[in-house]
Ligand binder design. Structure first.
Ligand code: GDP
Length: 363
């Protein structure tokens, strides 16, 4: 499964946020095969459509789809030079698919700031620089080898040298790989390097409870910085998230309403991370169970069937598909069928977000 790693300097509220994630933790029963790793928290992906489908179908059971966060502790200045848990930290980041960077945007004299004062942009730059330096090292190691091949007129090597040089220049100018223009060839060429700064980044601004609604100057700075590199910012108050995480749904709604919010920060973070990774949801809806399933955009119907069970993919015949919107509009599958809204799709069909599906397969 794809996972988002949570990083940030010490004392910015990472553990508090990760506690909220594990407390909100998805039912273990839904994920019997999930790795039991204390640094991994699986959450339910909030999806209003699943509630609506449940009302419509009245199944015995409703199962949301899950999303995995990994807690990556230990970044300090100098990590790329092996300071602190530096190398270990970087190798953990290499394994995640997206990065959620928690940034301190709250003042609290009781909580020490590692560099003496709250300064979100400095904090972000410390972390981003370590990742850029690690990538620069990878590129610097590779360039001489590829140049040697290029001198023998190896066409691919010549192309690669050009791409690597472009990256090197960017890194030397403090620019992450995700923020520079790369064409599909460039991306293909550097894929095997698993560069840290190619991973999509989400900034998670941790503000105080008082600033949740109106924001503050730190938040403005973070937003300006993020938009400059095309990244998104999610606003949370980690302390509040920890409290909300243990509440039942209706209590949670009341709590949020009191705060003037329509969604918890954690739910926003889950949805944003999910989208950042190009993930989408399809549904299966029967009287036994209504369930949401995660797939990667672009996957075909048989591949999506394989997410439920490999046999579904092997023996795939066709999929009966109705879009969530059509199903809701017509009120039942039978009526949607009558209106001609239930489609029979074959092996080539590219699944869409919100598809409600029955897979037909040979066993
Ligand atoms: P980490 O080192 O990044 O994991 O930071 P922690 O989650 O341990 O938080 C460091 C300290 O900041 C703890 O004392 C938290 O209670 C406090 N803290 C975390 N989030 C908030 C917040 O939103 N507001 C305030 N005032 N304190 C917070």
């Amino acid at each position: 499964a794809l996972t988002a790693g949570i990083v940030g300097l010490p004392n910015v509220g990472k553990s508090t946020l990760f506690n909220a994630i594990t407390k909100a933790g998805a039912l273990a029963a839904n994920y019997p095969f999930a790795t039991i790793d204390p640094n991994v928290g699986i959450v339910d992906v909030p999806d209003e459509r699943l509630n609506k489908l449940t009302e419509l179908v009245q199944p015995k059971k409703t199962v949301p789809t899950g999303f995995e966060f990994t807690d990556i502790a230990g970044i300090v200045k100098g990590a790329s030079k092996g300071e602190g848990l530096g190398n270990k930290f970087l190798s953990h980041i290499r394994e995640v698919d997206a990065i959620c960077q928690v940034v301190r945007a709250f003042e609290d004299d009781n909580v020490t700031h590692v560099s003496g004062q709250v300064n979100p942009i400095d904090d972000i730059e410390v972390i981003n620089l370590e990742l850029i330096l690690a990538d620069l090292e990878s590129v610097d190691k590779r360039i001489p080898r590829v140049e040697k091949m290029a001198r023998q007129k190896d066409k691919d090597a010549m192309k690669e040298v050009a791409t690597l040089t472009k990256l090197k220049e960017a890194f030397e100018n403090n620019t992450p790989a995700r923020a520079i223009e790369l064409n599909d060839d460039d991306k293909e060429i550097i894929k095997h390097m698993h560069l840290l700064t190619m991973k999509p980044m989400l900034y998670v601004a941790n503000v105080s409870e008082e600033d949740l609604l109106e924001g503050n100057k730190y938040l403005d700075e973070i937003k300006a910085f993020a938009s400059n590199e095309g990244s998104e910012v999610i606003v949370v108050c980690a302390k509040i998230e920890e409290e909300i995480a243990t509440l039942e749904d209706d209590e949670k709604d009341m709590f949020l309403e009191d705060l003037g919010l329509d969604k918890s920060g954690l739910d926003k973070l889950i949805n944003a991370s999910y989208n950042l990774l190009g993930l989408a949801t399809y549904f299966t809806a029967g009287v036994q169970e209504v369930r949401a399933w995660t797939f990667k955009k672009g996957m075909t119907a048989p591949e999506c069937a394989g997410i439920i069970h490999t046999d579904f993919q092997k023996g795939f015949i066709r999929a009966e598909v109705v879009s969530y919107d059509d199903l809701l509009e017509h009120g039942s599958e039978a009526e949607a069928k009558e209106a001609g809204k239930v489609r029979l799709e074959g092996k080539e069909y590219i699944m869409k977000d919100g598809d409600v599906v029955h897979f037909r397969f040979n066993v």
